[in-house]
Design a protein around this ligand. Structure first.
Ligand code: OAD
Length: 260
């Protein structure tokens, strides 16, 4: 691995970006951290350090205590409604204007890539904005958001499905559930067809999503990681840029396409 810092962005990476025909941008929670959305595994601030995933992010948890689970996801949705895309989301959206093809694949359940201007984002783990019936699977449209949610949420009964009366669940992928097949297939295909992949703000620990940079590497693409800390990808990727996505991505965009 060629580890480097933002001050010494490798010219080979700039050249690879300028020459790339198909770029995949694969993001995790870290890309939204600078928008104020907590990650999962960062020490101190990560959600899974403060909350029990088994009690909140499994189908069994929802069956056992739907009010606890629904309230927690509503708290996260309220946080998201107040958040704005940050310079990393904006730079990724702008990058699409400069390369022949760009595919955004995200593990995030927020809509900050879309709000920054990215189109056709592949959401591997679903969306906080697309709840559906736990029983019949029909989509459910939520009424306007309540104003403020206390930290961690409050117990809140899920709405009932307008068709079958079943409880409405968050539209996210929980532990023990499969990823949406068509989206995963499209993400794998993009990884295998691209010539350059950015892995931004992900610990690269959760499979099958974490396979995506590896698939790209095995298919001959180069992989640039953007992350302030070490990850499972350190020994695999071509370049590792140690820094916050909101600083690194605009700088890369500038160096590759906007510099005079
Ligand atoms: P993690 O919380 O596991 O990892 C977040 C990564 O972002 C860490 O490696 C941080 O170092 C990095 N990071 C923090 N701030 C950053 C910044 N400003 N710029 C760039 N990177 C930064 O989140 P994910 O890898 O997304 O799954 O987690 C994968 C999946 O695990 C999630 O989609 C979620 C979770 O359980 C489901 O909910 C199914």
């Amino acid at each position: 691995m060629q580890s480097t810092t933002i001050e010494t962005t490798p010219p080979e990476l700039i050249a690879a970006l300028q020459a790339a025909q198909h770029v995949v941008v694969f993001t995790g929670a870290g890309v939204s951290a600078e928008s104020g959305i907590p990650t999962f595994r960062d020490a101190l601030t990560g959600l899974w350090g403060r909350f029990d995933a088994q009690a909140l992010a499994t189908p069994e948890a929802f069956r056992r205590d739907p009010d606890l689970v629904w309230g927690w996801y509503e708290w996260r949705r309220m946080q998201l409604l107040r958040a704005l895309p940050n310079p990393a989301h904006l730079a990724i959206a702008e990058l699409a204007q400069h390369v022949p093809r760009l595919t955004v694949v995200t593990q995030n359940v927020d809509d900050l890539h879309e709000r920054a201007g990215s189109a056709d984002v592949l959401h591997l783990h679903g969306s906080l904005h697309q709840p559906r019936c736990f029983d019949c699977g029909r989509p459910h449209v939520l009424p306007p958001a309540p104003p403020d949610e206390p930290e961690g949420g409050r117990r809140l009964s899920p709405p009932r499905c307008r068709q079958c009366g079943g409880p409405v669940r968050p539209g996210v992928v929980w532990f023990g559930e499969s990823l949406p097949e068509d989206i995963l297939a499209a993400a794998f295909a993009a990884a295998q067809a691209c010539d350059l992949l950015f892995a931004i703000g992900t610990s690269a620990l959760v499979y099958p999503a974490a396979q995506i940079p590896l698939l790209a590497l095995h298919a001959g693409a180069r992989v640039a990681q953007v992350n302030p800390t070490a990850t499972a990808l350190d020994d695999e990727c071509t370049w590792s840029l140690r820094g916050a996505a909101g600083a690194v991505m605009p700088k890369l965009l500038q160096a590759a396409f906007l510099a005079a």
